[in-house]
Design a binder for this molecule. Structure first.
Ligand SMILES: [Mn+2]
Length: 319
């Protein structure tokens, strides 16, 4: 039997797979990519009679690929927390999908294996920014504050590694990072011994130092807009950067612009932390825009529309 493990290349995807494969070891071909590369099942169009495990990518976004796999007599085990839409009925498909905002794939796997490798579930939850939930789970393990902070840092660094336009932007292709983690049952051993993690720490520090020198392109009483250069370091750090800026001034809305290589603009929007509304409506008004009320974005805004976007951004958050 051919086994294939498909997983999102962020902390949650990696920690979900690691828990599952410690509980149920088996050699498998790995399919993954940068965090935003979520249509992973489209790469398996020719696969027949395989056992496929899918972790931490939306079923709705992978519906076409999933139906092809099922048509090709593959068995699929699907665990996720993103929007799924209608789940196909098929005796070869087993799903564990919970779109609740306070869960993630690592936590769902933790339930499935009765908390056997819970430390890694906590790492995945921190990686997905579910800090409250991660702390709650950590409580059952009676950890010290130092240990909890190590799991948090580990989650954040694994998550940081997933950000980029393509795998070339990343410090490590996600499957390489997973392979580095695989020998470690304890995240604390990985934390203390891993060369890869050392490199991620240094890279994160240097990316953040560069970002700290960037000042706002536009600032009013209610909004701030930043532009980072179209370089790998900026693409790696953009998610952390805009979240940090938002926490700095929680009553303002924030936007971050980074040019894509084709000349279009990639825009991320965060509504004010104390009023998480409007980001989705704003972004959906532009081609390739989408997201949630508190956090949304436009993937490829034509450069000609940039001024209109700036005006709409200001207007959305000016009372
Ligand atoms: Mn996730």
């Amino acid at each position: 039997m051919k086994y294939i493990d498909v997983f999102n290349g962020d902390a949650d995807g990696i920690c979900a797979l690691h828990q599952l494969r410690m509980a149920e070891p088996r050699p498998a071909q790995l399919i993954t990519g940068v965090k935003r590369d979520i249509r992973l099942l489209s790469r398996l169009a020719d696969m027949k009679h395989a056992e496929v495990t899918v972790l931490d990518v939306s079923l709705d976004s992978n519906r076409a690929g999933l139906l092809v796999l099922l048509d090709n007599q593959c068995r699929v085990f699907y665990v996720d927390h993103h929007f799924a839409g209608d789940i196909p009925h098929n005796c070869n498909l087993e799903t564990h999908i919970d779109p609740h905002p306070e869960t993630c794939t690592s936590l769902i796997v933790d339930q499935l294996i009765n908390g056997k490798y819970r430390l890694w579930a906590v790492v995945g939850a921190f990686g997905d920014n579910l800090n409250q939930k991660a702390l709650e789970k950590a409580k059952s393990l009676s950890l010290s504050t130092v240990e909890i902070n190590q799991l948090k840092e580990l989650g954040e660094l694994l998550n940081y590694n997933g950000y980029g336009a393509s795998v070339d932007d990343l410090h490590f292709p996600p499957q390489v990072l997973y392979e580095a983690i695989r020998p470690f049952e304890s995240p604390f051993d990985f934390y203390h011994q891993s060369q890869e993690l050392e490199q991620l720490k240094r890279g994160f520090g240097s990316d953040m130092d560069q970002a700290a020198e960037i000042s706002a392109l536009l600032e009013t009483d209610t909004v701030r807009l930043f532009r980072l250069p179209s370089e790998s370091w900026a693409r790696r750090v953009s998610g952390v950067f805009i979240n940090a800026k938002t926490h700095e001034k929680p009553s303002k809305a924030h936007a971050l612009v980074v040019s894509n290589t084709d000349g279009t603009e990639r825009i991320s929007v965060r509504a004010p932390l104390n009023n998480k509304t409007g980001a989705d409506t704003l972004c959906r008004a532009f081609p390739t825009g989408g997201g949630r009320a508190g956090a949304a974005g436009v993937n490829a805004l034509p450069a000609d529309n940039f001024n209109d976007f700036c005006k709409a951004f200001e207007k959305t958050y000016t009372v």
